[in-house]
Design a protein around this ligand. Structure first.
Ligand SMILES: [Zn+2]
Length: 479
């Protein structure tokens, strides 16, 4: 799940700041060829949960790295079953170094793609009109290919990092019951030990009209939760309607959900993010943001601000009905109706706390509000899981990031953001490792196609992203 914060509006639109592809060092021809070849290979392996194989991607990556001279003992395949093997790659640092490794996590599964929905075959790598098309071109086989290619390039150049760099290519971030990061942390924790974690599944360079406007770094994220609502009654003959119709009762509950949004909250990351945005925003937008950040908050400004879904999601927990079911015959009163309510919970609030809030909003003791886990299991009470407090902006991470960003996209700000979606960083954060979403592949703010049809990435964004990650890894590990 890669989902960038939106809404940066440049006061100086038309000024060429870091237009793709110009500016900064360019990816050498040899690495263009290699990164494209690996990217193509990854895209053309179906790794969706229903009928694909994550293991096939892990094995393809392992083969490339073996051929580039990585030792077999530094390329560990591990996982719960044949189809869900993860690959953990270790790039050895300077001998005798006592520094803990850097861990990069990248999921190699993809969201289901149906050929009949697409213009091209989702599992064919197609280059067309300046774009690469295929499932995973944005989320996130682009970054997987870039990480592998950067490792090969550094190896070829004889780069010796001051600490080990570990790359975990993992299963089931998008779906499925075998999340690879979770599995590795539980079953092979020795492979995953790190000072901090980089996850290219979040953050990234935002493009507007071909211009880079910001380098966004994910510093915290929301927690995901599904709740199952159920209403039941005895039903009966449809010629004799009764007021306790299960479908109507469910509808009334959903109307209350729509009418009662969760309270506004500005957390430290959102505060910093909006503060940075205000500096480069158009005057009207900057004024609006000032009202949102004011103490006390300007309620009119907040009301205006949250009209945009992307802005609304920054300031509150959101819960929305996403699926409905009910009734069993056209001529019978419904004896049961159900809905799925999907919540994206702000850091500092747990899943169970959110379920309690929903119960208060519905205010209907006959309505069941249960928690549904990722694997479909339903329980009456939700876990106490919540997003942890954002990690501090480590200078180790941010100083090299600012330097490389300035080199490749001069003038754009580096902005910490809260991801409205959720990524595997949840697991590494829970394991106590500060985790940051860093990504150098620039994506147009209005061309977010992850999880959708005809997923694509600009050809030059991909190559620039490869150059960025290589430079960033070297800057992070300079002796
Ligand atoms: Zn993703």
């Amino acid at each position: 799940m890669r989902w960038m914060a939106l809404g940066l509006v440049l006061a100086v639109s038309g000024t060429a700041v870091g237009q793709v592809p110009s500016g900064g060092p360019q990816l050498p021809e040899q690495d263009r060829v290699l990164s494209r070849q690996i990217f193509k290979e990854f895209i053309e392996i179906n790794s969706q949960d229903s009928n694909g194989s994550v293991t096939a991607v892990a094995e393809a990556a392992r083969k490339e790295l073996l051929a580039a001279g990585f030792a077999p003992e530094d390329l560990i395949l591990a996982g719960p079953n044949g189809r869900k093997q993860n690959l953990v790659v270790r790039y050895r640092g300077a001998a005798g170094s006592t520094l803990k490794p850097i861990l990069i996590i990248g999921h190699i599964d993809v969201v289901e793609a149906r050929k009949e929905d697409w213009t091209t075959d989702p599992y064919q790598f197609v280059e067309k009109d300046g774009y690469f098309y295929g499932r995973g071109t944005q989320d996130m086989k682009d970054s997987d290919a870039i990480a592998v290619e950067s490792f090969i390039r550094m190896k070829r150049e004889g780069w010796v990092p001051k600490r080990d760099i570990v790359l975990a290519m993992t299963a089931d971030e998008e779906g499925g019951a075998s999340n690879g990061v979770d599995w590795l942390l539980k079953n092979r924790p020795e492979l995953m030990k790190a000072e901090f974690v980089l996850n290219p599944d979040a953050g990234g360079v935002e493009l507007r009209d071909g211009h880079a406007t910001a380098m966004e770094v994910e510093a915290t994220e929301k927690t995901y939760a599904d709740f199952k609502l159920t209403t039941t009654n005895p039903g009966g003959h449809s010629s004799l309607p009764r007021p306790d119709n299960a479908i109507y009762e469910l509808m009334h509950a959903l109307e209350k959900l729509e009418a009662n949004p969760f309270p506004i909250e500005v957390n430290p990351v959102t505060h910093a993010e909006l503060g940075e945005e205000a500096k480069i925003a158009e005057p009207a937008r900057a004024k609006l943001i000032a009202g949102v950040l004011a103490e006390p908050r300007d309620t009119n400004a907040v009301a205006e601000f949250v009209k945009a879904p992307t802005d609304n999601a920054k300031l509150r927990t959101t819960c929305v009905a996403t699926m409905l079911g009910g009734g069993h015959a056209p001529n019978a009163l419904p004896a049961m109706a159900t809905a799925n309510v999907n919540c994206r919970i702000l850091p500092g609030h747990s899943q169970e706390q959110t379920r309690q809030e929903l119960i208060k909003i519905f205010d209907d003791p006959k309505l069941k509000v249960e928690y549904m886990a990722d694997d479909g299991t339903i329980t009456p009470v939700a876990p106490g899981r919540e997003s942890l407090a954002p990690p501090p902006p480590l200078p180790e991470v941010f100083n090299p990031l600012r330097a490389v960003t300035a080199e490749m996209w001069p003038g754009i700000p580096v902005i910490p953001i809260m991801e409205p979606g959720a990524t595997d960083s949840t697991y590494t954060m829970m394991a106590g490792m500060p985790s940051y979403g860093v990504n150098g592949v620039a994506i147009d703010y209005n061309d977010l196609r992850m999880h959708g049809k005809d997923e694509r990435v600009r050809v030059e964004s991909f190559y620039r992203g490869a150059e960025f990650y290589y430079l960033y890894l070297k800057a992070l590990t300079k002796p």
